[in-house]
Ligand binder design. Sequence first.
Ligand code: SAH
Ligand code: TYD
Ligand code: ZN
Length: 408
Amino acid sequence: MTSCHPCRICGGPVREFFDFGRQPVSDVFPAPADVGTEHFYRLAVGFCEDCTMVQQLEEVSREKMFPADYPYRSSGSSLMGQHFEATAAHFLATELAGADPFYVEIGCNDGIMLNSVRAAGVRHLGVDPAAHAAQTAGASGSRVHIGFFEESTAHRIRETEGAAQLVFSANTISHIAYIDSVFAGVHALLAEGGVFVFEDRYLGDIVTHTYFDQIYDEHFYLFSARSVQAMARRYGFDLIDVEHLPVHGGTMRYTTARSGERPVRPSVSRQLSYEHDQKLAESATYASFGARIESHCAQLHVLLTDLKAQGKRVVGYGATCKSATVTNYCAIGPDLISAVCDSTPDKQHRVTPGSHIPIVPSASFTAPYPDYAVLFAWNHAAEIMAKEQSFKAAGGRWILYVPDIHVV
Ligand code: SAH
Ligand code: TYD
Ligand code: ZN
């Protein structure tokens, strides 16, 4: 059923384009004894006819998504470690190169980026409500505030520590429905001429490559340059630069500054015209995206059912948030995928939310290997396939379901 909701950014009409139905919170993994206690909500997405922001129609409370024991650890991927080391080096040479700079990071998690800034001797503060992850950053010597960043947090930081030259956030701003409060806070916290830089999954990649599993509770907004520019303007900022990055299957880094404080780089108009050519603001684009989602899920289900009928053993690789959407929307349970292996200690010996597939340590992905492995962590394909070469050598095959269903 389609419905029309007011846009969280501009109040305009949001037209629903896809309904995944009842979905669980994606990053809370129940212990086998707690199966059935998951929180479910209706995962539906639409786009605003006025500001073009793609967003969810129902919101999950932040406390349910980001509890103290939130299990995700950024440092689980060495590729992401390299990405954030390079990012820190870039900022240390640019925005943080002046006298006594101050760096604030929203959603620092286990310190994957923050630790590099701290190691360079720069004043810093990470903010994250996921207490266990943030304490890991704290244990490495980085300064963290455990809590949600919002306007009041920013005022307190400004009063006690002064203004920030750089507020940075990766894979977090799109998770925050109450984004007006975040921008108001950053507006108060930034030093004159300072920048607010955030990187998130890019809508253009999600639609072009049918990365439908990037749609789950935490990704409340799916940003484009156009929607971010409109949003930034509304909150007193200019979008001054964009940079496309290959991580997480396609990410965009948005650099914003208070209106009029910094020149706008040509990358912005280039990206806007790319998005125009890709028809990213047209409803027909989303209708065909939705049709592809349905067809991909049906094909994946047929493939797994056939393999089961042939007596093949199939496991999953990577208990990602993305896999919550795939398994729950495509009706994939322990009958089709016997287990999912994952390197994250806090996910192991639990089950996948909603679909209840047992999660086992990556170390158990070993001979005798399964016949097939569904690569739920497809964004880490290069890293994972390189370390699991003996699976292929033993005759095992990877199943990928983006950008279409294929076996390698
Ligand atoms: N920046 C890391 C972590 C991304 S996961 C990376 O790119 O790998 C998202 C993180 O944002 C989680 O650790 C979550 O606890 C945190 N988060 C969610 N809402 C937040 C808010 N309002 N303020 C600060 N952190 C938040
Ligand atoms: P990620 O791709 O960040 O996904 P999402 O945001 O959808 O949760 O998560 C990767 C998951 O895969 C994480 O749970 C850790 C796991 N993983 C492994 O088990 N082995 C690996 O080599 C890598 C890189 C990740
Ligand atoms: Zn809008």
